[in-house]
Structure formats: structure tokens, C-alpha cells
Design a protein around this ligand. Structure first.
Ligand SMILES: Cc1cc2nc3c(=O)[nH]c(=O)nc-3n(C[C@H](O)[C@H](O)[C@H](O)COP(=O)(O)OP(=O)(O)OC[C@H]3O[C@@H](n4cnc5c(N)ncnc54)[C@H](O)[C@@H]3O)c2cc1C
Ligand SMILES: *[C@@H]1O[C@H](CO)[C@@H](O)[C@H](O)[C@H]1NC(C)=O
Length: 367
């Protein structure tokens, strides 16, 4: 029996994953979103992501909380990698290189979180690029996952539709509008509205939300691992293979509060130069000249915006009231509406997704 109707605002990785779990918990789900899988607009963060798993040291309570969601998601992606290859999720070695790592990485204390992941191991000096004689002085490896984000988003949408969920394209001006849009489509149904899930990413109207611009490059070279490198002067570079013949995404910048939609040539040159140095195995001959000079083969640069939020992911319930017109529109009544917020995932939306979705279902079910 249906538990009632839930409207999910947003069809990014957070909204779609929440919708799958809500459908599995027997809610009737309608997604209302401006951007859908297949779209490539800069306001839509999800298709621009790598996306990969990378452990980060835990230094405070908020990070510890997110770490739990990340562990739940990790377990789900491990399952998906073997049970459904069409999801594009794959398990690959993760590699970390540092010129001068902070103590939070090298300490290797259990509670710091960094060294607690499967197959974690500190690399020997002769396994480092330049065998430790170059700028890279420390490294580690662990078991990671990667996915091809545009393919994975379409897979998620299919999971929603296979479970009976509906997807409506609409740009909302306010949250209550979602209730009207969904009701228009479902006139015949008498199901009671239970909640609206606000998974609108950077969305609308929260002064705590801000973008972090990420410029990456899609290259045609394949790669067998996901690699991250932090230089002594605080720059970071990553290599993320995109399974199912998606090439490899390399990058990338982290530019807080930059709304610039145009790729910068300087960033492109910097990424190509540093990535070639950090993982020479990635360089291959041109596809039309097997004896040619090994190189990185640029397809195109990409620009995305991570939906950041001061205080991190907002994952909580709010009761607000909504005015509903009665038949004919001459009278109206006020109704309570439960909003479950799940936005502001910043640079970790994929890593958090399955854990956050489980929490969304709990919040929807609470009185
Ligand atoms: C370059 C880059 C690399 C990244 N790499 C990684 C990575 O390796 N690992 C990782 O975990 N994360 C990564 N991220 C972060 C990840 O992509 C985001 O955290 C995640 O995509 C956020 O998903 P979301 O569903 O919250 O938002 P979005 O994907 O932005 O989706 C928001 C949804 O809400 C809808 N919406 C918004 N406003 C309205 C409105 N007014 N009316 C109707 N609908 C609306 C949008 O149309 C869209 O459907 C990366 C991000 C970028 C940009
Ligand atoms: C819904 O989420 C967006 C972020 O995507 C936020 O800006 C907005 O304030 C939220 N809506 C409400 C009513 O809180």
C-alpha cells in the first residue's frame, strides 16, 4: 500500500537517489526539475562531476557525520559495481600523491578516518613518480569507485521510472508551486501529500549557498586507476576514468564564488602539464598513429559548479504552511507542508548520495 505522495524537487544525483529509496519504501514519487539527465547546463552540477571516491581526513564533528553517509554510499557502490555494470560504477585502485602532506594524512590514526578504507596502504618510495627524487614525497593507495556521471544519472532516472516514479520538467519559483504542478498531472489520484524533498542543489534563495567553479578536461586516453595529487603550493589535480568508453576526466580547479562559465586556457594548460607529470602511464600514442609521440589527447574542457553551502549539506526537516485554493478558487485553506531539505552537497554529492537518501526517507517518515 502507498505511504502517500512525495514530491522531489531536483533531478541531480541527490534528488534521483532519494526518489529511488522513497519508491522502495512505498511512497508515490513525482520529481519536478528544471534540468534532467541528458541535459548539460552549467546550473546542473551532477553531469560535470568526475565522479570518484577519495577519502578525506576527519577533523571535526560535521565531517564525522558526513563520513558515515560516505561509508554507506561506498557499500552501495561496491554492490552496484558487481550487480549492475550498466550503472557504469566500477571499482578501481585509488592513488594519492603529495609533495608535502599535512599530518592529518600521514598520522594514520584510525579516528582520523583516512587510513580506514579497504586495501589502504602507504606507497613505498620507489612506487612514487620519480621514485621519490621528484617533488612527490608521499603517497598511498586504497580501493576506490568511479562512475560515468552522465550515464549514471540516466541509469538512476530509469531506476526511478522502473519503480513507478514520475519525472516532470518544470522551473519552480517557490517550493509550494511544486505541489500545484504535481497535482495538475495527477488529478485523478486521491493520495495525501506527505512531504516535499528540496534537492535543488545550489537552488534558489538560500544566502548560505554559493558555487565553487570546477574546470576539468575530458581526454580520450583510458586510465586504470583514479589518481589525486596535492602540490606543495596547495594546488590539487585528479584523474578520474569514466567507465563505459567515456574517456577520462582530468582536472581541476576549485574557484569559490566564481560564476565564470567560460573555460580558461591557462587552466587547461596547467592541468595538462601537471597531470602528465603526476601519472606518465596515462600518456598514449594518438589513436590514428600507434608509433606517434605519447601524449594526453584533449577532447574538450568542461566547467561545472559545485553546490557549496556554509555549514555543509543541509539535511533536515522543516514544517511550513501552504495556502491551497478550494474548488472554484474563491476559498482557500492553509495546510501544513513538510519539507525535507537535502542540498548543498558541495564537492561530495556522489560520495554522500546513498547515505543521504536513506536519511531523507527517515525524515519523510517522521511525524
Ligand atoms: C567539476 C566537478 C567535479 C565533481 N567531482 C565529484 C566527485 O568526484 N565526487 C563527488 O562525490 N562529487 C563530485 N562533485 C560534486 C557533485 O557533482 C555535486 O555535489 C552533486 O552533483 C550535487 O547534486 P545535487 O543533486 O544536489 O544538485 P544538481 O545536480 O545541481 O541538481 C539540482 C537539481 O535541482 C533542479 N533545480 C534547481 N533549481 C530549480 C528550480 N528553481 N526549479 C526546478 N528545479 C530546480 C535542477 O534543475 C536539478 O535538476 C563534483 C562537482 C563538480 C562541478
Ligand atoms: C530549497 O533549497 C534551495 C537550495 O537548492 C535553497 O536555496 C532554498 O532556500 C530551499 N528552499 C526553502 C524554502 O528553504
Amino acid at each position: 500500500m502507498s505511504q502517500g505522495r512525495v514530491i522531489v524537487i531536483g533531478a541531480g544525483v541527490i534528488g534521483l537517489t532519494s526518489a529511488v529509496r522513497l519508491l522502495e519504501a512505498n511512497y508515490d514519487v513525482t520529481i519536478v526539475a528544471r534540468d534532467l539527465p541528458g541535459d548539460l547546463t552549467i546550473e546542473y552540477a551532477s553531469p560535470w562531476a568526475g565522479a570518484h571516491f577519495r577519502p578525506l581526513p576527519v577533523t571535526n564533528a560535521a565531517e564525522a557525520l558526513e563520513q558515515n553517509l560516505i561509508r554507506e554510499t561506498y557499500a552501495e557502490f561496491e554492490k552496484l559495481a558487481s550487480s549492475d555494470p550498466s550503472s557504469s560504477v566500477r571499482i578501481v585502485p585509488g592513488i594519492e600523491y603529495f609533495d608535502s602532506p599535512s599530518k592529518s594524512y600521514t598520522d594514520l590514526k584510525e579516528e582520523a578516518g583516512f587510513c580506514t578504507w579497504p586495501e589502504f596502504r602507504v606507497l613505498a618510495q620507489d612506487e612514487l613518480p620519480g621514485k621519490g627524487a621528484g617533488p612527490i614525497k608521499w603517497g598511498a593507495t586504497y580501493r576506490s569507485w568511479v562512475l560515468n556521471s552522465p550515464v549514471y544519472l540516466s541509469w538512476l532516472q530509469r531506476q526511478v521510472e522502473l519503480r513507478g516514479g514520475r519525472v516532470i520538467r518544470h522551473t519552480l519559483s517557490a517550493i509550494p508551486e511544486a505541489v500545484f504542478i504535481a497535482s495538475e498531472q495527477l488529478k485523478e489520484s486521491q493520495l495525501e501529500f506527505v512531504a516535499v524533498v528540496n534537492a535543488s542543489g545550489i537552488g534558489f534563495g538560500d544566502p548560505a549557498s554559493f558555487p565553487s567553479r570546477g574546470q576539468f578536461l575530458l581526454i580520450s586516453n583510458p586510465c586504470d586507476a583514479t589518481v589525486s595529487y596535492q602540490t606543495a603550493d596547495g594546488e590539487a589535480f585528479v584523474i578520474i576514468p569514466r567507465p563505459l568508453s567515456g574517456g577520462t576526466l582530468i582536472g581541476g580547479t576549485k574557484e569559490v564564488n566564481s560564476w565564470n562559465p567560460t573555460p580558461s586556457e591557462e587552466s587547461t594548460a596547467g592541468i595538462l602539464e601537471n597531470v602528465a607529470k603526476m601519472y606518465p602511464k596515462l600518456l598514449t600514442a594518438p589513436s590514428n598513429d600507434p608509433n606517434g609521440e605519447p601524449a594526453l589527447h584533449l577532447l574538450y574542457p568542461t566547467v561545472g559548479r559545485r553546490p557549496m553551502r556554509k555549514g555543509g549539506l543541509r539535511l533536515e526537516k522543516e514544517i511550513s504552511s501552504i495556502v491551497l485554493p478550494q474548488s472554484g478558487g474563491f476559498k482557500s485553506k492553509t495546510k501544513e507542508l513538510k519539507i525535507v531539505h537535502c542540498y548543498g552537497a558541495g564537492g561530495s554529492g556522489y560520495k554522500l548520495s546513498w547515505g543521504a537518501a536513506r536519511r531523507v526517507v527517515e525524515l519523510v517518515g517522521e511525524p
